[in-house]
Write a protein that binds this ligand. Structure first.
Ligand SMILES: Cc1ccc(-n2nc(C(C)(C)C)cc2NC(=O)NCCCN2CCOCC2)cc1
Length: 411
């Protein structure tokens, strides 16, 4: 061996083992094709500051391409709105790779589901008036940082927008992450189902990708941010489209998803999107949709005003319609979006998206090893039964109100 045995033994004896430094048995919060994630705290002997951490055990062994990319990428990036890699552990015996992150208790997927369920049971959950604006501002700050470092996200969706919990010093701060399928190739045409059987959603995919665009662009990330903004406002995925169980087609062209986009946005005319006819799947588009006359009366303004009473002249709507321009060349850059009037007028975006309000969401569930992957994943994506966390929230909220009244009587 190139390293003499005695020296190797010394190194191995001194190397900090992840299981010696952290306690994570039975505290798995995530699992997918990319690996598994545990919620953990440092043991007293570890030199990590107190607090919650996320330990990601990378799938497979040795320095796989995806492990290499994640480590190389994350160690270069440092921004308050981007997940930060704290430490890398290499377990030599098992050739396992562990990544240590600050733990994020919440994510937009679970938060939006919580509000959607609360609406269904007619329970009001009070949120600060600048909630959506604060989240949007921090997503755009994070994406502006990534794009200025020529990093494209490629898979922005609510599940990848994390928010720090009440016990974190960064309470209510957005952290952009990528929990999803560790894509082996960065071509948008790789059928994701080859990598992971979990059904992927196309709800956040820009129209040019669905029409065969061969390369990801910054504008593709901005489209997804527009979809997330609409979902924060309405608690519903804007381009919700039922998913076929197993997506057989490896083609990027997804007729149902395009149909949903057109029934919200209307059909793009020549002057709306000059380059449309040059896209690879334009032939399929014409074959399936003709001249799109049947969508003539649809528009985003009509959709948002009819279903959510949003005024087409409000700054909120104007930013949304800029982000959701069908022609990628007409979408704003992250910087241009941050300079939009929406962020300059009251109420201003806040550093803590909860603005000091009680955080109503439950903690992440731990997933056990017993049940098989699919159920796990379904349950893992389920938030804690809403009524439970809703009751907890209402009780703590009632107590807070009662306390406030007593204090007022006293003062
Ligand atoms: C192959 C691959 C996979 C992921 C990445 N990746 N990329 C990013 C961006 C946001 C910088 C683009 C973040 C990650 N990794 C990641 O979020 N990791 C998961 C962090 C786990 N959370 C930490 C906070 O608490 C909840 C769990 C890169 C390459």
């Amino acid at each position: 061996a190139w390293m003499d045995a005695d020296f190797r033994r010394q190194l191995s004896a001194r190397r900090e083992r992840v299981e010696d430094a952290f306690e994570f048995e039975g505290r798995k919060v995530g699992r997918g094709s990319y690996g598994q994630v545990f919620k953990t705290k440092p043991r007293s002997c570890a030199d990590a500051p107190a607090g919650d951490y996320a330990l990601k055990q990378i799938e497979g062994s040795g320095l796989s391409m995806s492990a290499c990319r994640e480590i190389a990428l994350l160690r270069e990036l440092k921004h308050p709105n981007v997940i930060s890699l704290k430490q890398v552990y290499l377990a030599h015996e098992t050739r396992q790779i562990w990544l240590l992150f600050d733990y994020a208790e919440h994510d937009l997927w679970r938060m939006i589901n919580f509000h959607a369920s609360a609406k269904k049971c007619n329970s009001q959950v009070s949120l600060p008036p600048n909630f959506t604006k604060s989240i949007m501002h921090q997503i755009l700050c994070g994406i502006h940082y990534l794009h200025s470092n020529w990093v494209l996200h490629r898979d922005l969706k609510p599940a990848n927008i994390l928010v720090m919990g009440a016990t974190s010093p960064e309470r209510g701060r957005v952290k952009i992450a990528d929990l999803g399928l560790a894509r082996l190739f960065h071509q948008p045409l790789t059928p994701l189902t080859e990598i992971d059987p979990v059904v992927v959603t196309f709800w956040y995919r820009a129209p040019e990708l669905l029409l065969g665009a061969r390369h990801y662009t910054k504008a593709i990330d901005l489209w997804a941010i527009g979809c997330i903004m609409a979902e924060l406002i309405t608690d519903k995925p804007l381009f919700y489209c039922k998913q076929e169980e197993d997506i057989k087609t490896s083609s990027p062209y997804n007729r149902d998803q395009l149909e949903r986009i057109f029934s919200v946005m209307g059909f793009p005319s020549q002057q709306d999107w000059r380059d449309l006819p040059h896209l690879p799947k334009y032939g399929d588009l014409v074959r399936n949709f003709g001249t799109g006359q049947q969508y003539a009366r649809f528009s985003l303004g009509r959709h948002m005003s009819r279903s959510f009473g949003m005024s087409e002249t409000s700054p909120e709507f104007r930013l949304l319609s800029r982000l959701l321009a069908m022609d990628p060349l007409r979408r704003p850059s992250a910087r241009e979006a941050l300079e939009d009037r929406y962020f300059l007028e009251e109420p201003r975006p806040a550093a803590d998206v909860f603005n000091g309000f009680d955080i109503p969401y439950g903690k992440r569930d731990f997933i056990s090893d017993s049940s098989d992957n699919k159920d796990d994943l379904a349950r893992q994506q389920q938030s804690q039964p809403v009524h439970a966390s809703l009751q907890q929230y209402q009780q703590s909220h009632q107590q807070a109100l009662l306390l406030q009244q007593q204090q007022q009587q006293l003062s």
